[in-house]
Ligand binder design. Structure first.
Ligand code: PHE
Length: 443
């Protein structure tokens, strides 16, 4: 019914395109800063390894076997495997989570768009911490500007989705991902020359476990799902377009390693700049926007490099946004709605909800309930509740309710011991760890 990726590499590119995005470059550094650094990074790495990777294999496996949108795949798989009916709801939860995530993702991606223009106009040449911070507050203080950028980004996202995942996505990702990587390395080179590098490095990698508290553990877990695009159907939807013969293990590992590398490098760029300029690591969502312009301001041809860099971040966000919407759009298509109409409906709804996030940074900045602003709540609800819950369900489904033979047929791990380790982690470690952290976080 849907297209199939050209090869295993296309899946890797698309899945990496989904995984690598604002989560790595914007969110990871700022939540690391807010949660005290090293101990948080360690927790995050543990979550990737013990929950992220095993669940990602399970999620892609389900998609590839079901070959439909997550909603239909889960309905079909639940029947095929005779699992409790509740599992069919997993696809629905994912589609709803997708709306929520897309709504705020597009707003933040809009900030990056704004920064492309600011960079190109040379706003930051020679800029220090004050100039960079003021520019950021100005942007956030203007709801109309944010709304404009949010609208533009959502339109860009809709445009590619409407063209179809294959043509819309493959071409852009193939070119941009490697470029983003190179740019990150250039910036890392700059960070290495700053006086704060050692301090930044230390902040990220010296583990002071006394700083760990249960709320930062929940954030680490939630982020490991967010950054790998797990638990809400994006990977399941992409798995559905994966060629049957490709190796699941290798593919998933490649994506997870690339994703983690990009996040760590982003942190190694941002924190040295923070410390070299006497800034606060816990500055919150503005961290990336207040630090990177300083780096560009100091580099030769910084305005040019900065423009290209923010463009690449836009592309990384773009390829992620597409995958966030894909589960809902694919479902509509299976229901007989044209891809164009489905895209419009999904994007329009998410756009509307996005207005809440736009206002969270200005007009409604003081309206706080539960976890904070409207944006804080959406972020918490999706990353820290819905995605981990989806992850547990996926782990339980494949670990306990799918016939072992079917699982083995799909993963085809030749090494028996390795297969057993994965199954053990999936059956016991991942669900228990996620549930434990989950309950602790709610308490
Ligand atoms: N993984 C993406 C990022 O890190 C965000 C994302 C979440 C994409 C959920 C798809 C699904 O930016």
């Amino acid at each position: 019914m849907h297209g199939v990726w050209g090869s295993r590499w296309t899946f890797i590119l698309a899945a990496t395109g989904s995984a690598v995005g604002l989560g790595n470059i914007w969110k990871f550094p700022y939540i690391t800063g807010e949660n005290g650094g090293g101990a948080f990074v360690l927790m995050y790495l543990a979550c990737i390894l013990l929950a992220g990777v095993p669940v990602m294999m399970a999620e892609v496996l389900l998609g590839r076997r079901g070959r439909m949108s997550p909603i239909h795949t889960m309905q079909h798989m639940t029947e095929e495997q005779g699992a409790p009916k509740a599992f069919a709801g997993l696809g629905w939860m994912g589609a709803v989570a997708g709306f929520f995530i897309l709504s705020f993702y597009s707003v933040i991606a809009g900030w990056t768009l704004a920064y492309v223009v600011k960079m190109a106009m040379g706003d930051f040449s020679g800029a220090g911490a004050e100039v960079a911070s003021a520019a950021f507050s100005d942007l956030l203080g203007s709801p109309w500007a944010l709304l404009g950028w949010h609208t533009l980004f959502m339109a860009m996202t809709g445009f590619v989705i409407a063209r179809g995942v294959k043509h819309g996505l493959e071409d852009s990702v193939r070119l941009m991902m490697p470029m983003l990587f190179v740019m990150l390395l250039v910036l890392l080179g700059y960070a290495l020359t700053t006086p704060g590098f050692a301090q930044g490095f230390d902040f990220m990698f010296s583990f002071d476990t006394s700083k760990l508290n249960s709320s930062s553990i929940v954030v680490a877990l939630g982020h490991s799902f967010f950054t790998l695009s797990l638990g809400m159907g994006a990977m399941m939807a992409y798995g559905a377009y994966m060629p049957g013969k490709a190796s699941l293990t290798k593919t998933v590992m490649t994506v997870a390693v690339l994703d983690t590398l990009v996040a760590l490098v982003a942190g190694l760029i941002i924190f040295p700049i923070v410390f070299s300029n006497g800034m606060e690591p816990a500055a919150g969502p503005g961290l990336m926007f207040q630090t990177l312009p300083i780096a560009f301001g100091a580099l030769p041809a910084g305005s040019l490099i900065g423009t290209v860099f923010f463009l690449l971040v836009v592309v990384a966000a773009w390829s992620s946004a597409i995958s966030i919407a894909e589960p809902a759009v694919a479902w509509c298509v299976e229901k007989g709605i044209s891809r164009g109409k489905a895209t419009f409906a999904v994007c329009a709804l998410a756009w509307l909800l996005g207005i809440g996030t736009v206002l969270s940074f200005n007009v409604m900045g003081d309206v706080k309930f539960l976890r904070g602003t409207f944006f804080d709540n959406l972020d918490f609800l999706t990353s820290n509740l819905m995605m981990p819950l989806g992850g547990v369900a996926i782990a339980l489904f494949v670990g306990w309710f799918m016939k072992r033979k079917d699982v083995a047929d799909e993963v085809r791990i030749k090494n028996k011991a390795l297969f057993n380790v994965w199954m053990f982690v999936l059956r016991f470690i991942s669900p228990l760890a996620i549930l434990y952290i989950f309950v602790k976080g709610l308490g």
